[in-house]
Design a binder for this molecule. Structure first.
Ligand SMILES: *Cc1c(COP(=O)(O)O)cnc(C)c1O
Length: 474
């Protein structure tokens, strides 16, 4: 394909994508295919001779689309709302075109510098304390990770390195392995599985802290486990607070937890992967109060802020802590001041070496929607300014509505009914989660709000779309 053909095909592809998104609700949200459906449809090995673009293009509808789950369908309510916008799609195209691999400043100065500035913009939008911003000579700053899981892992590894160094300086007789064996990380019993996974990869113990009746971790619950573990000779070093848990969007009590972590010298990381985008609205910003106690904070613009996957924004107060975890100690000490200077080498902030020019997506989206446009987007999808969760008891009765929660909850039977019938019909897609005794799926909060209620023996789904109601009965 030469540039002339690329121009032509590129335009065709843009039309195809625009058509796909414009008419997506006509497609069955969850495909009918069985595992292994694809292999018989394509050749056993790559073609020896080149094929034409037409040949490839016609196979999209024939081979790919029948096996696609349409995440952007208005009937998709599973997992989480994945962001998608035209400005971000265009930025991704440019990113591919430039095709740089910006692991260091010199590897592509614009790639590094735009990222630093975009993370400052975004940090200011959620009103992060100044310490988290890079500014001209700050000690903190932001980085784009591929996912919230990577952000948690990196925070945990940084905390691990920092604690090992501290303990070794106080008790030089202890080996690194002895210290590692005593380190404990903590997170809510409602925390995302990626937190436990980070501890597994980081080879440290992790304990869950029991959440209260609103599924939030409060200070006393953390204090209790810390006291027990310290008395048993363990070394608490990391606490991951969640703002907007996966099962029901509960919020841990940062204002109680933060001071405890600071006092006990425990790294506090905040995982706000899902709910974090809402903090750009002043009416939701109070949910982030207490971030000033944290060492690191993360949320996913790729969930709710119209930036296509992947774009997970992470900030740290002290970039030297983060960088220190991935460099040898002598270098870490030597570079301590240099790192707060003008040059950032993002390869030290992440696990892989290579990195894409992802900040272009943020740049396009933040400029083309503006803060007001993005706030409007969040408000539209949270209904009347409510990050809400409807709560159901074991008998299918509505048991309550928690105003800071975002998700919905049904008894197991309802969940099975919904999953069983509607997914089979392909009209809706849900993902189940377990919260204590109830089951629920999280709403695709980015587009609409779902109520499930019982009517005689059937279940009715009601979709509130920007205030209009559409009913589906089964
Ligand atoms: C979605 C989510 C994650 C995982 O996000 P990835 O970016 O896919 O790793 C972690 N924590 C919470 C609270 C989430 O909502």
């Amino acid at each position: 394909m030469d540039a002339a053909e690329f121009r032509k095909r590129g335009k065709e592809m843009v039309d195809y994508v625009a058509d796909y998104l414009e008419k997506i609700e006509k497609r069955q949200v969850f495909p009918d295919v069985e595992p292994g459906y694809l292999r018989p449809l394509i050749a056993d090995c790559a073609p020896q001779d080149p094929e034409s673009f037409e040949d490839v293009f016609k196979d999209i509808e024939k081979i790919i689309m029948p096996g696609v789950t349409h995440w952007h369908s208005p009937y998709f309510f599973a997992y989480f709302p994945a962001a998608c916008s035209f400005p971000a799609l265009l930025a991704d195209m440019l990113c591919g075109g430039i095709g740089c691999v910006g692991f260091s400043w010199a590897a592509s100065p614009a790639c590094t510098e735009l990222e630093t500035v975009m993370l400052d913009w975004l940090g200011k939008m959620v009103n992060l304390p100044e310490e988290f911003l890079a500014g001209k000579d700050g000690q903190g700053g932001g980085v784009i990770q591929g996912s919230a899981s990577e952000a948690t892992l990196i925070a945990l590894l940084a905390a691990r390195t920092k604690t090992i160094k501290q303990v070794q300086s106080e008790k030089p007789e202890l080996t690194e392995a002895e210290i590692m064996g005593r380190l404990v990380a903590y997170a809510s019993d409602q925390a995302h599985s990626s937190v436990e996974r980070a501890a597994l990869i980081g080879a440290v113990k992790i304990k869950s802290v029991p959440s209260d009746e609103t599924f939030s971790v409060c200070g006393s619950a953390l204090k209790k486990v810390l006291d027990e573990d310290k008395a048993a000779g363990l070394i608490p070093f990391f606490f991951c607070a969640t703002l907007g848990t996966t099962p029901c969007c509960s919020f841990d009590k940062l204002l109680e937890l933060g001071p405890i972590c600071n006092k006990e010298n425990i790294w506090m990381h905040i995982d706000a992967a899902y709910a974090g985008s809402a903090f750009i609205c002043p009416e939701f910003r109070h949910l982030l109060n207490g971030v000033e106690f944290a060492d690191s904070f993360n949320f996913n613009p790729h969930k709710w802020l119209l930036v296509n996957f992947d774009c997970s924004a992470m900030w740290v107060k002290k970039r030297s802590d983060l960088i220190g975890a991935f460099k040898l100690e002598p270098l870490y000490l030597q570079h301590h001041h240099q790192e707060s200077g003008l040059v950032t080498d993002y390869r030290h902030w992440q696990i892989p070496l290579g990195r894409r020019f992802r900040s272009l997506k943020l740049w396009f989206v933040l400029r083309m929607y503006g803060v007001k446009g993005l706030q409007e987007h969040i408000r539209k999808v949270t209904g009347n300014g409510l990050l809400g969760c409807l709560w159901w008891d074991g008998k299918g009765r509505r048991a309550g509505c928690l105003s800071t929660l975002h998700g919905f909850c049904t008894p197991q039977k309802a969940q099975e009914t919904v999953l069983g019938s509607s997914v089979q019909q392909g009209c809706c897609s849900f993902a189940p989660c377990k919260v204590t005794i109830s089951y629920h799926g999280r709403i695709k909060g980015a587009i609409r709000f779902v109520l499930i209620f019982r009517k005689e023996k059937s279940w009715n789904l009601e979709f509130l779309q920007y205030g209009t109601t559409q009913s589906l009965s089964n």
